[in-house]
Design a protein around this ligand. Structure first.
Ligand code: ATP
Ligand code: MG
Length: 461
């Protein structure tokens, strides 16, 4: 309950209630004042008409007739609201339904409003009476007025209406505010609980949807998409750190045991010892080389993934670059006993980063040589495709990659089981994918029947 009072919706509801209450009160107030004014004018007119009638009678037939008329009119047959009093010179009542002469002095235009007891009201409660007093010839006095009980009744009606309108409106508004507040609180609580679980480490937790498609649902969908992205990124990070730790362990362990061996078994004579130290250092240097290559590959991938903002793409002669790499890899392929052929269209330029593109192509050629059996054949082709795109492809006739693994091998540190025997850390194709993304290019891995064909499709310069 106290939490409900603190929700913004409940507070807004309270403010609206206050405004509603004020509006209702002002509205009824205006109605009251204008109607009360009207009633007052009517009272005055009635009294005035009464006075005119009585004056006529008095003028025509004298005091006795006036007394008669007043008796008649203030009797049970007359109007209940009209009051009269005719007194002698010493204010002793002669006729009428007022108990005694009003003590107050007349106000504007001879009108007075006084509280007086009525003769015809046995309770003796004073009534508020509005009327005028006159002096007649012979020292007689006449008061003609009207009981304002109607005005009081009307005020009670308006006050009643105010109560009947305002109290239920306030209760309804309060209830509605509480209900909406509770609803929004429940929805926010769902988000809060999910977030708390995530803070506690459960990255797979998601914000539940109500299915109504309202603004809370839309917010939840966005939050869930964000959480999914974070989970993927965290998974990727974990994979990288785990794999890196695993990958660095073996070369570091091998380097340490080489050093240990050399230190523990020094040669008997000078020359032999020097030879052993030399071997140990060479082995260590080779292992360090592996580690450095892994780091360099990771840094290149990070660089390419960081995007175009930090790297500038320049017009680049892709034909020349492919030709250079073909020249570099031909002797390597020859050593491995595979044939490397190139079909390169001239003067194909793209907007590109020379070093990263060269590294990506080198990785593809390296894989082709590494995974092809001796006697195999590799084809490097560069040609213009539909719409001026540049198509760079490396195809071999080795074991190939099963269709279901073709997406996976583009991730960092992923190596297929068949390749465990060959050196490598599973970063080559990740760099190719990152470089492709940087260039807005597409990588596709296809079956070369047999073997693997990797095609990079770069947009026209
Ligand atoms: N041409 C290919 N033929 C068959 N399998 C391949 C070929 N190229 C890549 N693969 C498979 O994809 C995996 C990932 O290749 P990637 O180039 O990313 O890593 P790697 O060659 O194992 O190591 P690195 O390139 O970092 O030295 C390889 O381990 C291998 O299983
Ligand atoms: Mg490779």
């Amino acid at each position: 309950m106290p939490r409900l009072l603190h929700t913004s919706i409940f507070r807004i509801a309270l403010v609206y209630l206050l405004l509603l209450g004020i509006t209702l009160a002002v509205l009824l107030g205006v109605i009251y004042w204008s109607t009360a004014g009207l009633l007052e004018r009517q009272t005055d007119e009635t009294v005035q008409a009464e006075i005119r009638g009585l004056a006529e009678q008095y003028r025509a037939e004298g005091l006795v007739r006036l007394m008669e008329v007043i008796r008649e009119r203030s009797g049970p047959g007359g109007s209940k609201e009209n009051v009269y009093l005719l007194t002698g010179p010493r204010f002793a009542p002669l006729a009428g339904n007022l108990a005694h002469w009003p003590a107050a002095a007349a106000g504007e235009e001879g009108w007075l409003e006084v509280e007086l007891a009525r003769r015809d009201d046995p309770s003796g409660v004073p009534h508020v009476i509005r009327g005028r007093a006159f002096d007649l010839a012979g020292g007689y006095h006449l008061f003609v007025g009207r009981d304002t009980v109607e005005r009081g009744d009307f005020r009670d009606i308006v006050a009643g209406a105010l109560a009947w309108a305002v109290v239920p409106a306030l209760l309804l508004g309060l209830g509605g505010g509480a209900l909406i507040g509770r609803y929004s609180l429940a929805r926010v609580d769902a988000v809060r609980e999910a977030s708390e679980d995530i803070v506690r480490g459960d990255l797979s937790r998601r914000v539940p949807l109500s299915g109504s498609g309202d603004e809370f649902d839309r917010l939840a969908v966005t939050i869930n998409a964000m959480l999914a992205r974070i989970e993927t990124l965290m998974g990727g990070m974990r994979l990288v750190t785990d794999s890196l730790a695993h990958d660095l362990r073996s070369p570091l362990t091998r380097a340490r045991s080489a050093i240990d061996m050399a230190l523990r078994h020094p040669g008997k004579d000078e020359g032999q010892g020097a030879e052993q130290y030399r071997e140990a250092l060479e082995q260590t240097a080779a292992e360090l080389e592996t580690i450095l290559r892994t780091f360099e590959a990771l840094i290149s991938i990070a660089q390419a993934e960081a995007g175009v903002d930090s790297l500038k793409l320049n017009d680049l002669d892709l034909s020349a670059l492919a030709g250079d790499l073909l020249e570099v890899y031909q002797p390597i392929a020859e050593d491995a006993g595979v044939e490397l052929n190139g079909v390169i269209s001239e003067t194909i330029t793209v907007a590109g980063h020379r070093q990263l593109l060269a590294q990506a192509l080198a990785n593809l050629l390296d894989n082709a040589v590494k995974y092809s059996p001796s006697g195999g054949r590799i084809d490097l082709t560069l040609r213009r495709g539909a719409g001026g795109v540049a198509q760079l492809a490396v195809a071999d006739n080795g074991p190939g990659i099963p269709a279901e693994d073709r997406d996976r091998v583009l991730q960092r540190f992923v190596r297929l089981d068949d390749s465990r025997g060959t050196p490598g850390s599973g970063l080559g194709l990740s760099l190719v994918a990152a470089v492709a993304k940087l260039h807005g290019a597409e990588v596709s891995l296809d079956d070369n029947a047999p073997g693997l064909r990797v095609t990079l499709t770069l947009p026209a310069a």
